[in-house]
Design a binder for this molecule. Structure first.
Ligand SMILES: [Cu+2]
Length: 248
């Protein structure tokens, strides 16, 4: 595709020239010195788009992938079709997130803070849990939007999976679930709405970390809130996963 675009713009006759006697660069050895401005723009836009799509590979960290975190779920369902207006009615919370900042989805694996020193509640104010306390603001802010996020159906005993593309390892995982009676579709999520249901020890670096979760007698819509403390440095990840619990 990029090659075809180059072919078209080369014939347009609008040329852009570098300043005289440019310092030799690596680029000079592989790129012709004259290019059209449009060609450069096409190349730049393509690079940005590919960069976004490939970010999950090139700049990898991780997320809760089952049940999926909000931004991983929105990326997984709509990443190849994110401008489809049907999303506004089919999956409105994802739609508002894509409208607010597509980078929250392209960088589904980058929702972390550094230097928290284990004081997660101190670092993350109520109402901002799903954005990790508005980390890298405003990129992830829309993940805090209160509403009926699409849920993953789960029985009350389920396995939670964190995918670690970077093989950071884990010092621990903490898994919280909202209290029965709290409604994440209408109320902002705060620490007081959560109960700790699982706490793990260390995991050696791997592609996935799994933890058995028992949601007790809960039923219906809940948020599973997972903290992944990576081991390579003080880097803490925060994931809101929306679930519909069977009660069984
Ligand atoms: Cu990382």
């Amino acid at each position: 595709m990029a090659g075809g675009a180059h072919g078209r713009v080369w014939s347009s006759g609008t040329t852009w020239e570098r300043s005289p006697n440019p310092a030799p660069t690596k680029e000079d050895s592989v790129v012709p010195r004259r290019k059209t401005l449009l060609s450069l723009l096409v190349t730049a836009v393509t690079a940005v788009l590919l960069g976004g799509v490939l970010t999950g590979v090139a700049d990898a960290h991780g997320s809760a992938t089952d049940p999926p975190s909000r931004n991983y779920g929105c990326w997984n369902r709509w990443g190849s079709d994110f401008q489809n207006p049907a999303m506004a009615t089919k999956d409105p919370m994802c739609w508002q997130a894509w409208q607010a900042d597509p980078n929250a989805m392209w960088n589904w694996n980058g929702l972390y803070r550094e230097g928290v020193k284990g004081n997660h509640q101190g670092a993350i104010p109520d109402g901002t849990l799903c954005s990790g306390g508005r980390t890298q603001a405003p990129r992830y802010n829309a993940l805090d939007t209160v509403g009926a996020w699409q849920m993953a159906n789960k029985d009350n005993r389920f396995t939670l999976t964190v995918t670690d593309q970077a093989h950071h390892g884990a010092d621990y995982l903490l898994v919280y679930i909202t209290k029965q009676g709290f409604d994440p579709a209408t109320q902002p999520l705060g620490w007081g709405n959560l109960e700790l249901v699982a706490q793990t020890g260390r995991y050696a670096p791997a592609g996935q970390y799994q933890v058995a979760v028992n949601a007790g007698t809960r039923t219906g819509r809940h948020v599973v809130y997972t903290i992944w403390q990576a081991s390579h440095l003080d880097q803490s990840y925060y994931f809101c996963s929306d679930v519909n619990l069977s009660g069984r």
